[in-house]
Ligand binder design. Structure first.
Ligand code: 3NM
Length: 219
């Protein structure tokens, strides 16, 4: 069975932040550089469903070949049609229990911004939660103010399912996020907005590994 959430770097594809590169090109570069999970996050306002489907078919192939978990944001139909590993949902999306009936054993992720929302997601059967925005971000429209590292601490201490930290995470604050208990870390613009995606991911992986090693030594 696919792991419910891999440790490491969780990347997200959204073409408008990718400096004119296609989602497929960026997916290949991210997978080559070693992201452990890749999410497709496009909105019907930016692309037709037909175009999204075609991209997801190609990205499914790239991720399958590399053993990378593939998650589709929002669209359960798309996720099922391309045999993605999972679906990621926001607070205003489909309720989780009926969604589970639809997608069966597929991984279900839920964005959360408070401990109440995190507990609710666990009760309703989410496989993992998003925890954010840790820092201020302009990338997600309509998201609440930064929740800070305090929310991450609460989740690490109180929530029994895997979680991914997200929102405003960059090379300069990644070490803090890992030190506060995140084993899976998501960055959008830091990665897909970089000129050299491979070198950027390698730099982030070094910070992740060095911080994790120090935490381990301190135990
Ligand atoms: N979800 P960047 S924050 C997609 O808090 C998304 O749930 C968030 O982008 C949440 O790494 C966010 O560029 C955007 O700040 C993260």
């Amino acid at each position: 069975m696919t792991a419910r959430l891999n440790p490491g770097i969780y990347g997200i594809l959204t073409e408008k932040f990718s400096r004119g590169r296609s989602n497929i090109q960026v997916a290949q570069e991210m997978v080559n550089a070693g992201v452990t999970t890749l999410q497709y996050r496009e909105k019907p306002a930016s692309k037709s469903m037909g175009e999204m489907y075609k991209e997801c078919v190609a990205i499914r192939q790239i991720t399958r070949d590399a053993g990378v978990t593939f998650i589709v944001n929002d669209h359960a139909d798309l996720a099922l049609m391309v045999e993605a590993d999972g679906i990621h949902t926001g607070q205003d999306d489909l309720p989780l229990r009926p969604l589970r009936k639809l997608v069966g054993d597929m991984i279900i992720g839920r964005s959360t911004h408070s401990l109440d929302q995190a507990r609710q997601a666990v009760l309703e059967g989410a496989d993992y939660i998003g925890v954010g925005p840790i820092f201020t971000t302009q990338t997600k429209e309509g998201v609440c103010d930064a929740v800070g590292l305090a929310y991450l601490d609460h989740v690490a201490a109180n929530i029994a399912i895997p979680f991914v930290a997200i929102g405003g995470i960059k090379a300069h604050n990644l070490g803090q996020v890992v030190s506060h208990g995140a084993r899976t870390v998501c960055m959008i613009t830091e990665i897909i907005g970089a000129e050299d995606i491979k070198a950027t991911i390698q730099g982030l992986q070094t910070i992740y590994k060095d911080t994790s090693a120090k935490l381990y030594q301190a135990l």
